[in-house]
Design a binder for this molecule. Structure first.
Ligand SMILES: *Cc1c(COP(=O)(O)O)cnc(C)c1O
Ligand code: SF4
Length: 375
């Protein structure tokens, strides 16, 4: 691990505290006054803290990655609000994916046939300015009650088609190991649940959360997959490398879900660098999301063509493992829809015409089916 990175405000914090995830969590910065002790905020940023906006909360660790001289710093833009967040547009929704209408019991979303999402907390280590669930995240800092957990377990037990349970929030890794284990144990006891997934940003927003104790605990609930959200190469520090390698060494398969964000990571160059770094960390790029139609987030949205361009410049040009799927989560709750470059130029019963990543054209004849029965 690298030398511990700290700045003035925290110069007398011990290494023990700084690398303690609970200390990081407890000392999240939320106010203009506190954040100004580290970086000089612009007038537009200060305005972003006013009004009905979305919660602010940043771990000292994540804040320490901000370049104080660059208002476009990708860490800064994900963590610090601006006045843009006060401006709604007519295309937006509080709940763009209609999650609340697909929620048969509180804190559970059942949209797809064979898998459900369980929201185990509404708290995060860092409140991402682009959060899709900002309608419910960041208001109260409490975990799922045991009554709600019972209702969820009961629902999944009665729905034998559910073979995959995604634990998310908020960030499930703000919970203590014992709280999280209580949830995992309850879900693992349901016989027809084949896999459990955890969606978390903790490995980048509070990497000290990933401890040997945590990975030992998670190991007991295999098969368990983890999806992280890393949006920019700058998020990948030595601390993050260490956290992710603990998870990978514990046999937890890792995926990454990136949100495409204007001015932050909307370039082929950045995305290519990111996916290459991820593979070195043993993290498989899984999805790139088009930014959802969440209220007041238009300033983060890119044209759909940008996502397609990124995939076009990865597929074939680099390792297949490095290429995520670009998806748009359909407004109104239709689920994730993959969108990508068109490689199939035409399709008839006799043949398909294809193009490759370099633009060369190929014909693939379909089976003629005139061999008869050979056995
Ligand atoms: C994203 C999501 C899933 C998981 O989708 P995968 O494509 O299987 O990763 C499941 N349920 C809901 C409601 C989701 O939003
Ligand atoms: S960690 Fe996830 S739930 Fe929390 S603010 Fe970020 S995107 Fe939203």
């Amino acid at each position: 691990m690298s030398a511990v990175r700290k700045i003035n405000l925290w110069h007398d914090v011990s290494k023990k505290d700084w690398t303690d995830w609970r200390w990081q969590f407890r000392n999240r910065l939320a106010s203009v006054e506190d954040i100004q002790k580290i970086i000089l905020l612009t007038e537009n940023e200060i305005k972003g803290f006013c009004g009905q906006g979305f919660a602010v909360g940043i771990t000292p660790y994540f804040l320490s990655l901000i370049d104080p001289t660059d208002v476009n710093c990708p860490i800064r833009r994900q963590a610090i609000p601006t006045s843009c967040e006060l401006i709604p547009s007519s295309d937006e929704f509080k709940d763009p994916l209609a999650e609340e209408t697909k929620s048969p019991v509180p804190n559970l979303i059942h949209r797809y046939p064979d898998r459900v999402v369980v929201l185990v907390t509404e708290t995060c280590n860092m409140y991402c300015r682009h959060c899709t669930r900002r309608r419910r995240v960041g208001f109260k800092e409490e975990a799922l009650t045991s009554e709600h957990l019972d209702l969820i377990v009961d629902y999944i037990s009665r729905h034998h088609e559910v073979r995959d349970v995604l634990i998310t929030g908020g960030d499930p890794l703000v919970l203590s190991d014992s709280k999280l284990e209580r949830i995992l144990r309850a879900i693992r006891q349901i016989e027809h649940v084949e896999i459990i997934r955890i969606g978390t940003r903790a490995p980048v927003t509070n990497p000290f959360r990933i401890t040997e104790e945590l990975t030992h605990m998670l190991h007991k609930y295999q098969p368990l997959w983890m999806n992280v959200q890393i949006n920019h190469p700058k998020e990948i520090t030595c601390e993050v490398e260490h956290a992710v390698s603990l998870l990978a060494d514990a046999g937890i398969p890792l995926g990454n879900q990136t949100v495409l964000l204007k001015g932050i990571n909307d370039s082929v160059e950045i995305q290519k660098k990111l996916v290459h770094l991820l593979l070195r960390l043993r993290v498989r790029p899984y999805y790139i999301y088009q930014c959802d139609l969440v209220e007041c987030l238009e300033h983060f949205r890119t044209p759909v063509a940008k996502g397609i361009e990124i995939i076009e410049n990865l597929q074939g040009h680099t390792s297949g493992l490095a290429v995520p799927t670009f998806v748009i989560d359909a407004p109104g709750g239709g689920g994730k829809i993959p969108v990508g470059p068109q490689y199939l130029i035409s399709q008839t019963p006799e043949k398909v015409i294809l193009r490759n990543y370099e633009g060369a054209i190929f014909t693939y004849p379909e089976p003629k089916g005139n061999k008869g029965d050979c056995i």
